[in-house]
Ligand binder design. Structure first.
Ligand SMILES: [Zn+2]
Length: 59
């Protein structure tokens, strides 16, 4: 998979299963320099720019 955002030296993608919807995974992108979640595949982030529960577990 080629994705310019997911530079393996700087970012790590972590899949976290939703606690609300079984079988739904948040693909959280973690910035390895700051140790913080910078992006997520879910609607909370992609549409609302709100940190979802999965992102908050990383921060
Ligand atoms: Zn999410």
């Amino acid at each position: 998979m080629v994705n310019s955002v997911e530079d393996p030296d700087k970012y790590e993608t972590i899949s976290i299963e939703s606690k609300i919807r079984e079988g739904v995974f948040h693909k959280v992108v973690k910035d390895l320099e700051t140790g913080k979640a910078v992006s997520c595949s879910c609607k909370c982030w992609s549409k609302g720019k709100k940190q979802c529960a999965a992102m908050r577990t990383i921060n």
